[in-house]
Design a protein around this ligand. Structure first.
Ligand code: PBG
Length: 324
């Protein structure tokens, strides 16, 4: 005789929803946006069906349509023309550059949205690296100065949260100091705490044309084999003043999300990266999987693992799904 029957709690839709432990909400999401120079531009990223690169004018229309759907937080990324890139990413501190202009325009037209801006050299670097390259080495401490100036430029343009994504040592503390010294104590820091050297960033680097010109990012981004190291990074970021800890990518690193959730009181974010989006989209478009169901299941797994905040290219698809 079987008396213990877990299936009772799955018996019908109402019961299933009563015992459901995790649910996604639109408030959980930050939607990444790609920005390009020019006017009236909307160019699809080949490896990310449904995701476009926008010039500032069309970007405002895109933000408007997202806001109508209930999306309130965005993570914009600029695609910098090749002729403005150099070894020191100087363009990243130009207040009239593409990125600060775009930030100002978004905040002017949509004062209530939250903008989290990426702080890393790669979109501006002629080497395609997140740090200054000297004799083939990505140097740390010299890079911090660039990152501090970049974060300050973004804060002055209206960023609410800055997201250092470069994995240099000491960057969170340095950026916190620079922001505070300049009166930006209200600007938060979402640290890319455990960012792994991953193959899943490929489509993003297509979108921004930001792939490393030589070598790889293994001397700064983390080895996918390691989890204890994520705790070292989390402890340092916390001590240095991070307001949020992020794990990236998300789906191949759900255990790391859970690990940080269980070991920190800070909000945990997870970045469902470009390659993760591309895989689900491509298979869905081919009819090999049900793309919408696979999207919902992947996003739910990130939340279940312990993420409070999900950065995802699926945010708009998810918002549309909720309206159905
Ligand atoms: C820049 C940066 C990258 C991503 C976010 N910020 C690329 C990289 O580190 O090479 C990847 C995001 C994605 O793949 O969606 N440092």
């Amino acid at each position: 005789m079987i008396t213990k029957r877990p299936r009772r709690n799955r018996y019908n839709e109402v019961i299933r929803s009563m015992v459901q432990e995790t649910a996604l909400e639109l408030n959980d999401f930050i939607f990444p946006l790609f920005i390009i120079e020019g006017q009236n531009q909307k160019v699809e990223v080949g490896s990310m069906p449904g995701i476009n690169r926008y010039s500032v004018d069309t970007l405002l229309d895109e933000v408007a349509s997202c806001v109508d759907l209930g999306i309130k937080a965005f993570a914009p990324f600029p695609s910098i023309p090749e002729n403005l890139k150099d070894k020191y990413a100087k363009e990243s501190a130009n207040p009239e550059g593409l990125f600060p202009r775009a930030i100002r325009e978004i905040k002017k037209n949509f004062p209530d949205v939250v903008l989290m801006t990426d702080v890393a050299m790669d979109p501006y670097s002629s080497d395609g690296h997140d740090g200054i390259v000297i004799n083939g080495e990505i140097v740390n401490d010299e890079t911090l100065e660039v990152l501090g100036n970049m974060a300050l430029t973004q804060a002055q343009a209206g960023a609410d949260i800055v997201g250092p994504s470069d994995m240099m040592d000491g960057r969170v503390g340095h950026i916190r100091r620079v922001l505070d010294e300049n009166g930006f104590h209200k600007v938060g820091i979402m640290s890319y705490t455990a960012k792994y050297a991953s193959a899943f960033y490929g489509p993003f680097r297509d979108a921004l044309d930001s792939a490393p010109k030589m070598g790889d990012k293994k001397t700064y981004q983390m080895n996918p084999a390691n989890s204890r190291e994520a705790l070292i990074e989390a402890a340092l970021d916390t001590e240095e003043g991070a307001d949020y800890l992020m794990v990236k990518p998300a789906l191949a690193y759900l255990d790391i999300i859970k690990l940080l959730r269980d070991n920190s009181h800070l909000p945990i974010a997870a970045y469902n990266v470009s390659g993760e989006y591309a895989m689900v989209k491509a298979a869905g478009l081919k009819g090999w999987i049900d793309g919408e169901k696979a999207m919902l299941e992947s996003l739910l797994s990130i939340k279940r693992a312990g993420a409070d905040i999900i950065l995802s290219y699926f945010a708009k698809d998810f918002a549309k799904y909720l309206q159905k």
